[in-house]
Ligand binder design. Structure first.
Ligand SMILES: Cc1cc2nc3c(=O)[nH]c(=O)nc-3n(C[C@H](O)[C@H](O)[C@H](O)COP(=O)(O)OP(=O)(O)OC[C@H]3O[C@@H](n4cnc5c(N)ncnc54)[C@H](O)[C@@H]3O)c2cc1C
Length: 496
């Protein structure tokens, strides 16, 4: 039997993709050229929206058991507090940032994948592939050097920033590399202020960010000077980390027991199209940016959650390829652009040079962050619950319905409700008052529509929610013809 999907790369994005596809019953293979998973803590933050999506995948509990909840972020300039942004007010079952090293995220996702009987094939490298109208034939080089040709319906490149899949598609990775060096240290600290919060310190010499990992382990990031072309700055020493903490921090912090010390550069790049026929890109293969805001891995995992249900519905013959598969680039490329812009802006503001400009920045920022609606908007953006797809061909709104989500918006998650999209079949869910029209639709679209109707968000509305929890359709109560038209538009046409 032909394998449905080859996932290339078993980083967090490839793993999330494989979990989602396996959950939906597709036959998949996932390969990684590396002999083992990373032992580095790289992406530390799992944001609320990613945790909500993991609720659907059924693996949040293991993350919560292994992670550390940070509930606020502070920005300080000198001794002045510029901002205190709390996450407790965000309308989500997970109003916090879950701090968990990427090596643990990968371990937990791999364990979850194994429960579906799927295992990562390590020491296996994708070297080339040949796509056609109906399939993709990939060449996999195994450890002993032998090549295997594998034919699959779809190929998904989750193969990171240096993606082979992207290179072979000839897609440009447009953007630039910032000419600043950065220090990264995963260390133990004593005397850290606000040890449960993310702390950003704007110092006249640069920025210092301290993230909690556990009660005594922290991630320290600081800009360490201009990049000198052709000269690679050595990784920092523990003394360098202590020096930057002494210079830019509030004092009294002592560093010890380094876990990881590194010098790194920031790239800001993205492809224009996340798809070429039967080949897709997701995660760092499609977009890389400043770690400011901690959105990189989260954005990639959410790429996976966006694409997997679409491929599953098309593979099962329930939906036509268009508009479903075409919507992947439209939706996720727009999010990639936003993340790139926001992370770039945050980085530029943090490393602003010059006394006058810094004092204007500090003044404006403390005014802006003094406003509660701004703090709330920032918290919603950071936790990624504000992400939506208003411009998607899958978002339809003929009416403005107050009291519920607009088309493209994430549907509110009500306490005690099973997450939309949980289970092994991706189906749309109707939120409306029950009606006999609903039974007709269930009979017509058994592969697309969940048989259980849920209470509407508001008396006068009718909502159709996608398997990934975003609103496909928001209309007035009783407008069942719009639900029917929507499902008709995406369903596989029946032979006349
Ligand atoms: C210092 C640092 C801090 C960061 N902090 C954050 C943060 O706080 N929050 C956040 O969200 N993000 C953060 N990120 C970004 C995050 O680490 C990445 O976005 C994330 O690793 C991307 O995951 P991925 O699965 O797309 O790619 P990767 O993790 O790069 O995985 C790609 C995999 O593909 C494999 N591969 C590559 N080519 C092939 C091939 N031809 N055949 C087979 N296998 C192949 C590789 O071996 C690798 O395992 C940070 C990154 C760094 C470096």
């Amino acid at each position: 039997m032909k394998t449905d999907v080859l996932v290339v790369g078993a980083g967090p994005v490839g793993l999330a993709m494989a979990v989602e596809l396996a959950r939906y019953g597709l036959s998949i293979r996932i390969v990684d050229q590396a002999p083992q998973r990373t032992d580095k803590s790289k992406a530390l933050v799992v944001w609320s929206r990613t945790l909500e999506l993991m609720d659907r995948m059924g693996c949040t509990a293991s993350f919560l058991a292994a992670g550390f909840k940070a509930t606020a972020a502070n920005i300080v300039a000198g001794t002045k507090q510029i901002a205190h942004i709390t996450l407790g007010g965000v309308a989500t079952p997970h109003p916090y940032a879950l701090m968990i090293p990427q090596c643990d995220t990968e371990r937990l996702l791999e364990q979850h994948l194994n429960t579906y009987g799927v295992h990562i094939e390590r020491n296996v490298e994708l070297t080339q592939f040949a796509p056609s109208e109906t399939s993709v034939v990939s060449t996999l080089r195994h450890a002993a050097g032998q090549d295997e040709n594998l034919e699959t319906s779809w190929l998904i490149g989750c193969d990171g920033a240096h993606s082979t899949v992207r290179h072979q598609l000839g897609m440009e990775f447009l953007g630039n590399t910032l000419m600043t060096d950065w220090l990264l240290a995963d260390v133990h600290l004593s005397g850290a202020p606000n040890p449960r919060d993310v702390n950003v310190i704007w110092h006249s010499d640069g920025v210092l960010v301290v993230f909690p990992i556990t009660h005594d382990r922290f991630r320290v990031i600081a800009d360490s000077g201009d990049t000198r072309p052709g000269i690679e700055r050595p990784d920092p020493t523990l003394q360098d980390v202590q020096a930057v903490l002494d210079q830019r921090g509030p004092g009294g912090i002592t560093v010890s027991d380094p876990v990881w010390l590194a010098n790194f550069h920031i790239n800001e790049r993205k492809v224009a199209d996340y798809r070429a026929g039967r080949v897709f890109l997701a995660g760092d293969a499609a977009h890389i940016h400043s770690p400011a805001g901690g959105q990189g891995m989260n954005t990639g995992i959410q790429d996976a959650c966006n694409l997997a249900w679409k491929i599953a519905l098309v593979s099962r013959g329930a939906c036509a390829e268009e508009p479903l598969l075409g919507s992947y680039t439209i939706e996720r490329s727009a999010v990639g652009d936003q993340v790139l812009k926001a992370a770039g802006r945050m980085t530029a503001v943090a490393i602003l040079r010059g006394e006058v400009r810094q004092s204007i920045r500090n003044h404006v920022a403390s005014l802006v962050f003094g406003l509660a609606p701004i703090r709330s908007a920032v918290a919603n953006a950071m936790t990624e619950v504000a992400i939506g797809y208003p411009k998607s061909p899958l978002s339809v709104s003929s009416q403005h319905i107050s009291g519920g989500p607009a088309a493209g918006e994430r549907a509110p998650i009500r306490a005690g409700e099973i997450p939309v999209g949980a289970g092994n079949t991706p189906r749309f869910v109707v939120f409306a008052e029950p009606n006999e029209q609903f039974s007709h639709l269930i009979a017509r679209f058994p592969d697309l529509l969940d048989a259980i109707i849920r209470k509407p968000f508001h008396d006068h509305g009718l909502w159709l929610i996608r398997p990934d929890g975003y609103t496909a359709l928001a209309t007035k109560q009783g407008h069942w013809d719009e639900v029917s038209a929507f499902l008709n538009r995406i369903a596989t046409p029946h032979p006349a």
